[in-house]
Design a protein around this ligand. Structure first.
Ligand SMILES: [Zn+2]
Length: 184
């Protein structure tokens, strides 16, 4: 599986409040995904080939894209409502394709990719407020080990909406050199 961003956020998705299972709503709910902090409009890539199941409003003015990746289903949550053309229910997406951008969460003024995974064996809506503590469909997965094992695609320079901050550095002759060792 490909990591959905071109970098690993410096704020770990292993730690609260970003981790899977973190307390929400004063302990009445557990966090159903991993939060990957990133700037608004950061490109989000499909982690595998797949078929779009849904693109719909999600939370605090953000949207979510749901993709069936065959061996699992991912809800890419808290993304911008400006979903790229080609990312509509029934359409195929390729591993590495930009399928959304990080959205802005109104009121709390934060931005992140909320990454949720499902085994794909369940039926019906992914959100199920009666199924505590996660309030999600029963085939919900902990995405942490998948993200840990994911391939980081630092990418071709300038390709696919590369964030200049992460692209590389200028050497003595002002050549743009890629980072050899990730620095974050
Ligand atoms: Zn979240």
């Amino acid at each position: 599986m490909l990591f959905p961003l071109k970098f690993k956020p410096k704020e770990s998705y292993h730690e609260a409040p970003r981790n899977f299972g973190a307390r929400r709503d004063h302990g009445n709910r557990k966090h159903a995904g991993c939060d990957l902090y990133a700037a608004v409009e950061t490109p989000i890539m499909a982690v595998e080939d797949g078929v779009v199941l849904e693109a719909a409003p999600f939370y605090l003015g953000s949207w979510a894209v749901v993709v069936d990746h065959t061996s699992f289903v991912v809800r890419y949550g808290e993304v911008s409502k400006n979903i790229p053309s080609g990312v509509r229910p029934g359409q195929k997406v390729l591993r590495g394709q930009i399928i959304a951008h990080v959205g802005h969460l109104a009121k709390i003024n934060m931005s992140m990719l909320h990454f949720e995974m499902y085994q794909g064996t369940g039926t019906g809506p992914l959100t199920n407020v009666r199924n505590r503590p996660y309030m999600r469909r029963s085939d919900l997965l902990d995405p942490t080990p998948y993200l840990d094992a994911a391939t980081l695609d630092a990418g071709g320079l300038g390709a696919m909406g590369e964030t200049p901050l992460f692209a590389g550095f200028r050497d003595g002759s002002n050549q743009l050199r890629p980072w050899v060792v990730p620095f974050f």
